[in-house]
Design a protein around this ligand. Structure first.
Ligand SMILES: Cc1cc2nc3c(=O)[nH]c(=O)nc-3n(C[C@H](O)[C@H](O)[C@H](O)COP(=O)(O)OP(=O)(O)OC[C@H]3O[C@@H](n4cnc5c(N)ncnc54)[C@H](O)[C@@H]3O)c2cc1C
Length: 412
């Protein structure tokens, strides 16, 4: 795809510069501290240690594009849009890092700290005024690596019938409930939990993971095993008033969080599938069958062509969402182009991972190779930041409504 046709603020215009800088600054860390331990973490379900996560902060990787004043590097060639640059960095990480859980975890924490920062500055989606204590008490320790925070929303219920509930007590709230999956929950100090209040609305509270009544246990998952996904049980847990960040309409904040995740999670997926594709080409080029490298067999070439189209179109759609977001053209709560991007990129990446199995033969099934782990890890994206099934339903509802509106308008 030609570079000349894109505006200077488009992701394609700065991609190479960001990739080169990332490789120079973080390539050694990824090779020595992440890739060397990927197979073991996956085999034994070992989460990224807190020390490793702190290293990612110390070298400027985790906060590469953090909220204003905390970022280590937003000086891109044209200086535009840190959300765009962060997306490109995540794509590079997905490519360079054998463990897809790292960019997914870093992206998740980035979305969370940005949301809390906006809330603290009074730029939150509900329009409430500034809450500086949110920045001092939570955002600063998170961005410095002193504390880690994760998000607990999912609990096997709809937002209007949450079973996790908070009741008012002296000086705060008492919370009971259960949350089924929490990314980074095993290494988090704080859990930002969405719970029902007495008015059957959602409130958002910060739970201290070490508090009596909080039980956090590892989940045994198909993939993303170093992401430290946990379940959480809450039994009469006291939440002081200053840990209640949002008292009502928490659902809007949950949507904002998932919207942010939908913007950035696919970037890492595109990077990972690009890496697996290239690795597959290298493998097949060296494998000789019937006196020919497998990569020169037409049936394989056709399949690789299909995969190439899938990856390129996924990247185009993801970049379109990044460019729109950077130019201020996206809805912060539920954006159609961001949702299309997550849905489409995940569909393409998971299909390509499956197609690699088709052309690779037994190597695709071998745990010593990266393909089967890639296949398992990518499956997680079907579920996170809104399942593919719910996104296609929501997009269908929107598309039908828009078409109906157009037809009403065109009636005489
Ligand atoms: C690796 C990983 C990490 C995760 N991390 C977190 C985290 O940090 N925090 C957190 O809160 N959650 C997390 N989750 C949970 C994830 O967000 C949920 O699995 C997801 O939202 C689906 O919820 P559920 O599992 O309860 O499925 P259900 O809601 O029971 O859905 C079951 C099926 O029904 C479909 N469905 C449900 N409702 C509709 C609808 N209205 N329209 C169409 N289809 C529908 C779903 O798409 C799905 O296919 C994580 C999950 C994974 C796999």
């Amino acid at each position: 795809m030609g570079q000349g046709a894109v505006s200077s603020t488009h992701p394609r215009a700065v991609r190479e510069a960001i990739f080169a800088r990332a490789q120079e600054r973080f390539g050694g860390f990824i090779r020595d501290r992440i890739n060397s331990g990927t197979a073991r973490r996956d085999r034994d379900s070992v989460p990224f240690s807190r020390e490793l996560q702190r290293e990612a902060i110390a070298i400027g990787l985790a906060n590469y594009c953090a909220p204003a004043g905390f970022a280590t590097d937003t000086a891109t060639p044209d200086g535009a849009g840190s959300a765009r640059d962060w997306g490109l960095l995540l794509e590079w990480l997905g490519y360079a890092c054998d463990d897809l859980a790292l960019p997914i975890l870093l992206g998740y924490r980035h979305t969370l700290s940005t949301m809390l920062y906006d809330l603290g500055c009074g730029k939150g989606v509900s329009g409430a005024g500034p809450q500086p204590h949110v920045i001092d008490r939570f955002v600063k320790p998170i961005l410095s690596g002193e504390r880690f925070m994760s998000v607990a929303y999912t609990e096997g219920a709809d937002p209007f019938s949450f079973r996790s509930s908070a009741r008012k007590v002296d000086g705060g709230y008492a919370v009971d409930g259960y949350k089924s999956m929490i990314t980074g929950g095993l290494t988090a100090d704080w859990i930002l939990a969405f719970v029902g209040n007495e008015k059957r609305d959602l409130m958002v509270v910060v739970i201290d993971a070490a508090h009596p009544g909080v039980k956090i246990e590892a989940r045994d998952l198909m993939g993303m095993r170093s992401m430290g996904v946990a379940r959480m049980d809450l039994d009469d847990v006291f939440i002081p008033d200053d840990h209640v960040l949002i008292r009502s309409d928490g659902l809007t904040y949950a949507q904002q969080f998932f919207n942010g995740r939908r913007l950035h999670a696919p970037c890492a997926a595109v990077g990972r599938i690009q890496h697996l594709f290239e690795r597959c080409v290298a493998d097949l080029s060296e494998r000789i069958r019937y006196r020919l490298p497998v990569s020169e067999m037409q049936s394989v070439q056709a399949r690789m062509g299909q995969m190439y189209v899938a990856i390129e179109t996924a990247r185009t759609v993801v970049y379109d969402a990044l460019a729109r977001y950077a130019s201020g053209g996206c809805d912060p709560v539920w954006d159609t182009s961001i949702t299309v991007s997550k849905y489409f990129a995940v569909e393409q990446a998971t299909r390509v991972a499956q197609s690699l199995v088709y052309v690779l033969g037994g190597a695709a099934y071998d745990r010593a190779e990266p393909y089967e782990r890639g296949l398992r890890d990518l499956q997680a994206l079907i579920h996170i930041a809104g399942t593919q099934a719910t996104l296609e339903t929501d997009l269908g509802i929107k598309a039908i409504a828009a078409a109906q509106q157009r037809s009403m308008k065109s009636r005489p």
